[in-house]
Every structure is written in structure tokens, then in C-alpha cells.
Design a protein around this ligand. Structure first.
Ligand code: PLZ
Length: 464
């Protein structure tokens, strides 16, 4: 029975009973609806306020202010309903304000909001640790520690690996993204906008070449691994190396899927040489790629796995999970933080994990992937500017190039993204060369919105 509630914007918000009530949160009409140009007058006003109050370095991809979001839409303060292809950068896998998350957080809010786990522990933190130990790849004994952001968890993984090995050097890869804190800026590859002017960076960080099938002349996974390992052995030496850190599919770097065999060869080399193999699944984790973790699809078992983003339905939480003997190496009190594993975030994570599992969202991610590959594959076949469609599950991208030269076309990419935003779709770009359009819809998006949003992208590309 449809009903009408007071809404955060002028037009009344119709609440309809759709599957978005199971996952994906407030049952907003699942439609693309433009009632003003994008941005509308209310968003324009707020953008002006933002520029007077918020530091200029804090950007905004789409020029609209959010009022509500759920299922596969984001509703702005002017009452426009945009199709969401970003999930807040791969965070709201279960949808925005997912019902189980709302219920769990609301109940916890009334009990206690904070004790600091390292002052007075509580069950939900331990429950999350147990869930992560159960769900992450490998059946060895594991431990977890919880933090707030992806970058903070990456830093802790490096701390733990250094402590365990007694070694200092860390290898990250070309096109890597691991965060914006000092250590993680050093691990991140791309200068603009992440590192420019923010040095000096932490010492003992080295960069190895990746497997990037479109751009490394068809090197096999084994050959690309051999190239990286040879560089590591010649320039650093395993006896100095604490850890390798890698994203199984690089996220900000361009949704780069390494050639088969690349990741297992690195993992084997690390295991044989006393080097901790850290896999950063901050963006790929939690059903996003069609399995709970992308590592499963590449046949690797991380020594330490870093998770965040999709873990808690939008609440800030991150984790390092790994081999018990490595995780237990740092001294008592060596790991912690005021807010790490906050009780609201922990109950949100438990509700989120339950949603992934009971609603089988990994399978839903694979279905979304089939639609993405079918529609984007047709685009690639018809348009030589689309050099490649790649990804796994609901983490898929197209790389745009100048068809004459094969050179990355960043200008075309931004023009397409701007046109798509204006047409009412939240769309993100990425890539070292700024020429990749990425698709990261919430797993709660209905098929018709997915198809409609992809048609908007196809039209924008045709007109660009
Ligand atoms: N590792 C693989 O993708 C975050 C960053 C967006 P935090 N990616 C989105 C931006 O512009 O800041 C990310 C990631 C991988 C680590 C991180 C860092 O996670 O939660 O943003 O710190």
C-alpha cells in the first residue's frame, strides 16, 4: 500500500513497497527523475556555501547535494532522483540505509555509543573479528584488528608485517592506490591529486611493475611476475623486504585486472622468501567482484587482508585480518586507536555481513556483471574509442583511448562523465591516465536502472 511521507525536499516522497525494502534501504521510487537541470538551484546554493566553508581540496564528483539514497538511486536536495553507479566509491554494497543496518545501529545507539574497545571491550567487535576470520580466504588460524578507514588499516598491516618480520622495506605496485595518510600516500602511485605538494613521504617504500594486459605488450601473468620479482631481488633484496602489498584488481588506478598467474606467482615468491603478502581488498572486498573477496577468484590466500568500504553499509570501519602468528606479533598495546571498531560501526558490519550472506549478494554482483559486460561489450564492439571492458562482478570499467594512437583520452572521459552527470547518473572515473569510466552500482540496484544508466552512458559517448 503506497503512502506519502514528509520529505527532505519540496516534492512529497512516495514510499512504495519494492524489493529495496529487503536490501538497499528507504523504498525511494526506483527511477531516474530530473525536475531541474543538474545541478538544480538548491544544490547550486549549497555548492556556494561549501566553497565558503569547506577546504578547497575537498572535491565533489557530482555537483549535487544528497537528501536521501536507497536501492539504486540518490535523491538530491532539488528532488532529482539520480541513478547511482558509484555506491559512494564501492561502500554501499548492501544499498544505502539498508534496513538491517538501520535497525542494528538504531538499537545500539540507545545502548552505548563508545567505550573505546581497548578500555572496555564489547561483544560486537569480537563478533566482527570472528566473522572476518571465517569469511576471508584460507582456513589457517586467524586474528583481526579493527580500524576506521582503509588507509588506517593499510598502515596497520604494514606495521604488523614489519614487526613480525623484523624487516622494513615494503613493495607496492605501479598504479596502486592505498590511501592519503603519509605512509599510504607513499604506497599510492599517482601524483595528482593525491601526493602533489604533500611530501616528504615515508622511507623504505619501493614500487614494482604491475601486470596491465592492455598496456604491457601482452606479457603473460608469469612473465609480468618474473619482471617484478627480478626488480625486487636486484634493487631491494628479500632479506630487507617486510611485505608486498597489492590490490587484486586495482581500483583508483583503473580497474586493472592482472593477467592470470601474476598474483599467485607473487604470493608464492613471498611465501618462499619470508615476505608478508598483504592484499588490499578495500575496494574489491565484500561480494563486489562476485565472490566475497576477489582473492578467491585469483587463487591467492593473503597472509594479511585489508578490508574497509563495503564492510559496514556506510559506517566507517576497516580491518586487518590474517595469519594468527603474524597478527599476534606486535606487543600488547601496540595496536589500537580511540575509535577503531566503534560499536555503531561494528553492529552495522554484522548487519551488513548478514545481508551479503542471506541475500546472496555475491551472486547478485555476478548478475550485475553480466549486464555490464553485455552492454559495455556492445559499446566496445561498435566504438573504437572503447579500448577495453574489464573487471569482475559489479566492479567493471571501460578504458577510453584515441583510436588512431591508442593514447589514453582523459578529455573524452571527463566530457562523457559530465554529460552523464547532467543526465542524472552518478558516475565515477579513475585511472592513472584519467581515462577510465568505472561502474560500481550498489548491489541493491534493480536491473531496469542498471540498463537505463548504461544507455545514458552510451548516448553520452556517442555525442561526445
Ligand atoms: N585501498 C584499494 O580503494 C580508497 C579513495 C577515494 P580510505 N579508495 C577511494 C579518495 O579520493 O580518497 C582505498 C582503496 C584501496 C585503500 C583505500 C583507502 O581507503 O577509507 O579512503 O582511507
Amino acid at each position: 500500500m503506497p503512502c506519502v511521507l514528509a520529505s527532505p525536499y519540496d516534492a512529497p516522497m512516495t514510499i512504495v513497497d519494492t524489493p529495496a525494502t529487503v536490501i538497499g534501504g528507504p523504498a525511494l521510487p526506483q527511477e531516474r527523475r530530473l525536475v531541474t537541470p543538474i545541478p538544480g538551484p538548491e544544490s547550486r546554493k549549497r555548492m556556494e556555501r561549501k566553497s565558503q566553508a569547506v577546504a578547497a581540496g575537498v572535491g565533489a564528483t557530482v555537483p549535487v547535494f544528497a537528501a536521501a539514497a536507497g536501492g539504486g538511486v540518490l535523491v538530491d536536495v532539488d528532488g532529482n532522483s539520480l541513478i547511482d553507479f558509484g555506491s559512494g566509491i564501492a561502500v554501499t554494497g548492501v544499498g544505502n540505509s539498508a534496513p538491517r543496518v538501520v535497525e542494528a545501529v538504531t538499537a545500539q545507539l540507545a545502548k552505548f555509543t563508545h567505550t573505546c574497545f581497548t578500555v572496555a571491550p564489547y561483544d560486537s567487535y569480537v563478533d566482527v573479528a570472528e566473522a572476518l576470520n571465517r569469511l576471508t580466504p584460507g582456513d589457517h588460524a586467524k586474528r583481526s584488528a579493527l580500524f576506521n578507514s582503509g588507509a588506517e588499516a593499510v598502515e596497520n598491516a604494514v606495521k604488523i608485517a614489519r614487526h613480525y618480520t623484523g624487516k622494513q622495506a615494503v613493495v607496492a605496485f605501479d598504479h596502486a592506490y592505498h590511501g592519503r595518510t603519509n605512509l599510504t600516500m607513499g604506497l599510492t602511485a599517482k601524483n595528482q591529486p593525491y601526493k602533489n605538494g604533500f611530501g616528504p613521504f615515508a622511507p623504505e617504500i619501493y614500487r614494482a611493475p604491475l601486470s596491465y594486459p592492455l598496456r604491457d605488450g601482452g606479457l603473460s601473468g608469469a612473465e609480468a611476475a618474473k619482471r617484478a620479482i627480478s626488480m625486487i631481488e636486484k634493487q631491494i633484496g628479500a632479506s630487507n623486504l617486510a611485505a608486498l602489498i597489492i590490490e587484486p584488481i586495482q581500483g583508483e588506478g583503473g580497474f586493472i585486472v592482472p593477467a592470470d598467474g601474476f598474483l599467485p606467482a607473487l604470493a608464492d615468491w613471498a611465501a618462499a622468501n619470508g615476505v608478508v603478502f598483504i592484499v588490499d581488498e578495500v575496494q574489491t572486498g565484500f561480494a563486489r567482484t562476485g565472490t566475497m573477496f576477489a582473492s578467491e577468484q585469483f587463487g591467492i590466500v593473503p597472509d594479511l587482508i585489508v578490508t574497509a568500504k563495503g564492510i559496514a553499509g556506510g559506517l566507517p570501519l576497516s580491518a586487518v585480518t590474517g595469519r594468527a602468528e603474524i597478527m599476534d606479533a606486535p606487543q600488547l598495546g601496540g595496536l589500537g586507536g580511540t575509535y577503531g571498531g566503534n560499536p555503531l560501526a561494528c553492529v552495522a558490519a554484522l548487519a551488513t555481513i548478514e545481508t551479503y550472506e542471506t541475500e546472496n549478494l555475491a551472486e547478485r554482483a555476478r548478475e550485475i556483471g553480466e549486464i555490464l559486460f553485455e552492454k559495455l561489450g556492445a559499446l566496445r564492439d561498435a566504438d573504437p574509442r572503447v579500448a577495453e571492458v574489464r573487471g569482475r562482478g559489479a566492479m567493471v570499467a571501460i578504458e577510453l583511448v584515441d583510436p588512431e594512437t591508442g593514447e589514453p583520452d582523459a578529455a573524452l572521459t571527463s566530457a562523457v562523465a559530465a554529460a552523464v552527470h547532467a543526465a542524472g547518473v552518478v558516475l565515477l572515473t579513475c585511472g592513472t591516465y584519467g581515462n577510465v569510466i568505472r561502474f560500481l552500482p550498489p548491489l541493491s540496484i534493480p536491473d531496469h536502472l542498471l540498463v537505463e544508466g548504461l544507455d545514458v552512458v552510451a548516448e553520452a559517448l556517442a555525442n561526445a
